[in-house]
Design a protein around this ligand. Sequence first.
Ligand code: UN1
Length: 508
Amino acid sequence: MNFLKALDLHTDNPGVSTGTHWFPGETEKIVSASPVDGRVIGSVFSASEAQYQQVVAKAQEAFTIWRTWPAPKRGDIVRQIGEALRQKKDELGKLVSYEMGKSLQEGWGEVQEMIDICDFAVGLSRQLHGLTMHSERPGHRMYEQYHPLGIVGIISAFNFPVAVWSWNAMLAWVCGNVCIWKPSEKTTLCAVACQKMVAEIFEKNEVPEGVCNLLPGDKTAGEWLAADERIALVSATGSTKMGKAVAATVGQRLGKQLLELGGNNAIIITPEADLQIAIPAAAFGAVGTAGQRCTSTRRLIVHETLYEAVKDRLVKAYGQLKIGDPLHPDTHMGPLIDAAAVQAYHAAIEACRSQGGQFIVEGGALEGSGFESGCYVKPCIAEVAFDLPIVQTETFAPILYLMRYNTLEEAIAIQNSVPQGLSSSIMTNNLREAEQFLSAEGSDCGIANVNIGTSGAEIGGAFGGEKETGGGRESGSDAWKNYMRRQTNTINYSARLPLAQGIRFDIG
Ligand code: UN1
């Protein structure tokens, strides 16, 4: 595994780090086994509570320096991170694929997403603009400016082990914050590789120790961040269950939070859809990352006039899928992340069947040569009624639910009937249908697309969703404002003190 060596990863790795300093192992190791072949790739030490305290103290100290650096200078450091990622794209993409199990195409894509956010953040470092306002008082001027928050805690999920961290970290850094990253315990080696890459660049540029911090651990480490008043913003990606727990703890102390939680994303296929686009979009959305993206397509809502045609073409498309070693560049779908995910997949299939779903592409575990890890499953499709409890639930697996509709109003109501609100699409060449779907009476999701699938968003747009998805917006557009505090400044350059709202207060 040459990519491990190139990324400076070893059998045993320290995990807790404030940059170039790596703390000696104090508690248990997190062992990373690949879902690809079941082999142990390496282990990483998780953080003790004492180490957590040291990391936060270092981060606080570093913030007092880092926030004084001009934002474009901070941007230049992020530019260098983007350059390093370009050089290591192949190796890091392979590690993502091997440790997480997504196809190599998607592993490389994930690193590309990191490069893209670096480029975006570099430009942003010269555009952290506030507005200016006209004062109602003579000789007064008003404007607003943005200042960094302090320590940003980033809790990331296994399915995007590096990209989602980078959306947060790159923006947080150009904004002048310091970060503490608690990666998923399922993909800690990816996190160690990123930490090493960033720490080297920071050291070269004399960035103080404590601006980039790594805190491997289980959910307890996430709880430390959520409960700690010194963590100004907690940005968490993961399940709705996790998000609700984080929100309760952070909300209790009136801290800031940025949540990117579950999705239950649908594509509506109307009679005016181009099936040359709709079928591959649905297939990629459903089986990409083995259905483990928060943007994965889980529901297809198809107009009854072309329902049978869509069904036939989907079955044919699924017949062409290459499932197996994700490191092979032609593979469409690799394994699920672990045995628990396989169990959840089986349980969902069982529930779907018992609730009345009919499978038109059967699921099941894949066994035999190449599938020894026990994490490979068949992507499957079931015909369902839209309101089955299982259809209303997010299962992180390649299970696609197919349902029919009659009027577009009905299709939109079905699309909006789930508790989650991340991503949605309509396939149509009809302007009226498209605009109705995008209108205030249309999709209730944070992302609504026309003639592309639900997954694979570009970093330039704000990413996130409504309802149980948590309401946060990350990556592009003005999501950077989440990482800063807004200050309104009113300056009196006159020799008098007129009060706002015309209030008289005669004294002195
Ligand atoms: C996620 O699954 O948490 O839009 C993020 C997409 C990717 C990001 C997904 N750009 O599918």
